[in-house]
Design a binder for this molecule. Structure first.
Ligand code: 5GP
Length: 195
C-alpha cells in the first residue's frame, strides 16, 4: 500500500468542492492538492500551474499518448486529467494527496487505488445547486445548463463512494471531511507500528 493517503473528492459543479478543499488545506499542512491539466479556458483570476495546467487539445492528446495521466475524462465538453508522475511519487514519499476530480475520473482511480478515500459532496437541493452555479457568475448560459443537467447524472454515482457529505453549511461539511481524513489515517491497515 502507498505510504500517503489518496483522498478523492467529487460532486456536481457548483456544489462547493473547491471551497471545501481550500478550507481543508488550511488545517492539514501535510495534504497536497494535485493540479490537473485541462483544455478548458482559464476563468478570470485563474493562474496556469496553480488552478490548472491549461493545455490545447493537441497538448492534452500528446500527454494521453505519453501515458502521463493517472486518469483523464471529458467533463462538460472539455478534457481534464490528473498528471500521474507527481501523484505517485508524492504518495510513495508518504505525502497525502487530494484529487478534486469528476466521477468518471474518480471511478478509474478507484479501480487502481481502492484503498484511497472517496468522498462525494452533495448539494442541499438541486434548486440550491442551480442557484450556486448561476451565482458564481463564471459560466455562460449554455455551460450552466450543461453543468446542471450533468449534475443529475452524476448524483446517481454517489453509492460508488465511501462517504457522502451534504454541503449545506460549509464549516460543518469541512469539519466532517476533516474527521474522515483523521479517522482514515488512524486505520490499523494503514499504520506501520514500530513496536
Ligand atoms: P471546473 O471546470 O469547474 O474547474 O471543473 C469541472 C469538473 O472537472 C469538476 O467536476 C472537477 O472536479 C472536474 N475535474 C477537475 N480536474 C479534473 C481531473 O484531473 N480529472 C477529472 N476526471 N475531472 C477533473
Amino acid at each position: 500500500m502507498d505510504k500517503g493517503l489518496l483522498i478523492v473528492i467529487s460532486g456536481p459543479s457548483g456544489v462547493g468542492k473547491g471551497t471545501i478543499c481550500k478550507e481543508l488545506l488550511k488545517d492539514f499542512n501535510d495534504i497536497e492538492v494535485s493540479v490537473s491539466a485541462t483544455t478548458r479556458e482559464p476563468r478570470e483570476g485563474e493562474i496556469d500551474g496553480v488552478n490548472y495546467y491549461y493545455k490545447t487539445k493537441e497538448e492534452f492528446k500528446d500527454m494521453i499518448d505519453r501515458d502521463n495521466f493517472l486518469e483523464y475524462a471529458q467533463v462538460h465538453g472539455n478534457y481534464y486529467g490528473t498528471p500521474k508522475k507527481n501523484v505517485l511519487e508524492k504518495l510513495e514519499l508518504g505525502k497525502n494527496i487530494l484529487l478534486e476530480i469528476d466521477i468518471q475520473g474518480a471511478l478509474k482511480v478507484k479501480d487502481e487505488y481502492p484503498h484511497g478515500v472517496f468522498i462525494f459532496v452533495v448539494p442541499p437541493s438541486m434548486e440550491e445547486l442551480k442557484n450556486r452555479i448561476i451565482g458564481r457568475g463564471t459560466e455562460t448560459e449554455d455551460s450552466i445548463e450543461t453543468r446542471f443537467n450533468n449534475a443529475y447524472e452524476e448524483m446517481k454515482f454517489i453509492n460508488k463512494y465511501d462517504y457522502g457529505i451534504i454541503n449545506d453549511k460549509l464549516e460543518l461539511a469541512v469539519e466532517k471531511i476533516k474527521c474522515i481524513i483523521t479517522a482514515e489515517k488512524c486505520k490499523v491497515s494503514r499504520e506501520n507500528y514500530n513496536i
